[in-house]
Design a binder for this molecule. Structure first.
Ligand code: SF4
Length: 451
């Protein structure tokens, strides 16, 4: 029996499960946690330990149909300029809570389209951020780049601001597929952005590519991957397209009957995966690839790979502070999310309060289950010694976890005295196995496909 048939017979292909960039996942945050608690968490941070800062820019000039990001379309810069003023006010509020002397170890501008900001706005935002806290000596500053929304002046401004890593949205190079998903972006435009970044000394490049798009075939995705390889990115995220029109209404523009079946999705993933591996990239977790010697690859090799809201990361900071509408912060004690709607966010900040509307305070069990899920997602295995050292887990409890999950997923796991390990053929179902440890798990329909 083939692996595909085995998996299909187990009824697992259509499972819909979270991506586990947090635990618990954001739908389980509660409104019991607000600005006061978050302010306390901020003020209790250790000033000698650098933090990560995530800045969200929720605007795009076009709204691509496939995209489920929380973002709004704009044809002018005026709402972006007003939003920037609010970001600066929020940064001042954050500064009031943070201990003196703290540094930024990692800064990420995401969205939406942060490269909609014009060069003067980029300079203004950087100045406001570094007024809150300076960069640490070994900082990393990454920016999500839309090749359609970048020019020489913006590239110059980003290089001057200290950007060290660029994350480029590609999705698919096939013009027909681009039409179907409402995102037109030629290979030439993407290459020009890559060249522009490298010419300015920005050596570290990530690229995002999607499988599971309407009309995608093995041949077409193979072609897109070859084109991407010609640009030699250091890291690639090969995400499965998540068709959730009940969450992102614009996805209803995408013809459902042209979407690949779950088995075809797995085939598309395997074709792309094989090409990356053949080209010398290392597989990282369930859906990333990194060139040899890249920070992500080194982290994976040394067991230091982690998950955060951007996916896999080698960011060493334990705290992430979210800035901007809908952004999520992670503190030692829990998560705190800013108001998702841009207007509510702006109203709260202008009223002089941290715009936190939801969050979650960790229990001891959350920490343990969150670690198990992160270990499965990053390393495909959980070790007893790790859980014992971190949480004092006893052997009987570990054995109970192992027996329970091995019974739920027969022939997919290897269990031993010290480890629960996902077998290679079952790795496409890692999110589903991880969900077994999620006590907050929701009904299958509310999440994207597991493969
Ligand atoms: S893919 Fe990028 S540009 Fe397109 S809607 Fe999403 S965030 Fe905006």
């Amino acid at each position: 029996m083939t692996t595909h048939t085995q998996l299909r017979n187990l009824g697992l292909f259509d499972a819909r499960v979270p991506r586990y960039t947090s635990y618990p996942t954001a739908p389980h945050f509660s409104t019991n946690l607000g600005a006061t608690q978050t302010g306390t968490w901020m003020s209790e941070l250790d000033p000698s330990t650098p933090v990560s800062l995530y800045v969200h820019v929720p605007f795009c000039r076009r709204l691509c149909w496939f995209c489920a990001c929380r973002t709004q379309g704009t044809s002018t810069l005026s709402p972006v300029a007003a939003y920037l003023e609010t970001l600066k006010l929020e940064l001042e509020l954050i500064k009031k809570h943070l201990p003196n002397g703290i540094k930024i170890g990692h800064l990420h501008w995401g969205g939406g389209t942060p490269t909609l900001l014009d060069p003067a706005m980029m300079k203004d935002l950087t100045r406001a951020i570094t007024a809150v806290a300076p960069f640490s000596t070994d900082y990393e500053f990454s920016v999500e780049i839309d090749p359609n929304e970048i020019d020489d002046a913006r590239l110059d401004a980003l290089a001057l601001a200290g950007m060290t890593r660029a994350s480029i949205g590609v999705q698919d190079f096939d013009p027909k597929i681009q039409e179907t998903i409402g995102r037109i972006q030629s290979y030439e435009i993407t290459k020009a952005a890559v060249d522009g970044l490298r010419n300015r000394g920005i050596k570290s490049l990530n690229a995002d590519i999607l499988y599971g798009l309407p009309g995608q075939t093995s041949e077409r995705i193979g072609d897109s991957v070859q084109k991407l390889l010609s640009l030699a990115p250091d890291r690639v995220a090969l995400f499965g397209y998540a068709h959730v029109p009940w969450v992102a209404r614009r996805q209803s523009m995408i013809p459902t009957d042209a979407l690949p079946t779950p088995e075809e999705r797995l085939e598309l993933f395997n074709v792309a995966r094989d090409l990356f591996v053949w080209d010398g990239y290392s597989e990282i977790g369930i859906d990333h690839f990194a060139s040899k010697g890249d920070g992500l690859e080194l982290a994976a090799r040394s067991g230091k790979l982690r998950r955060n809201f951007q996916g896999y990361t080698d960011d060493k900071c334990q705290t992430m502070i979210g800035v901007g509408a809908s952004s999520i912060a992670k503190y030692e004690h829990g998560y705190a999310q800013n108001a998702p709607s841009t207007s509510d966010y702006q109203k709260r900040v202008r009223a002089g309060e941290l715009p936190i509307t939801k969050g979650h305070q960790f229990t001891d069990e959350d920490r343990l289950r969150g670690r198990i899920i992160e270990a499965l997602m990053c390393d495909f295995s959980v070790s007893f010694s790790d859980l014992n050292t971190r949480f004092g887990v006893q052997k009987t409890q570990f054995d109970a976890f192992a027996t329970n999950v091995a019974t739920a997923f027969p022939k997919m796991l290897k269990t031993s005295q010290d480890a629960i390990e996902i077998k290679e053929h079952a790795r496409p179902l890692t999110r589903m196995i991880a969900r077994h440890f999620d006590v907050y798990a929701m009904t299958q329909e509310q999440h994207s496909s597991a493969v």
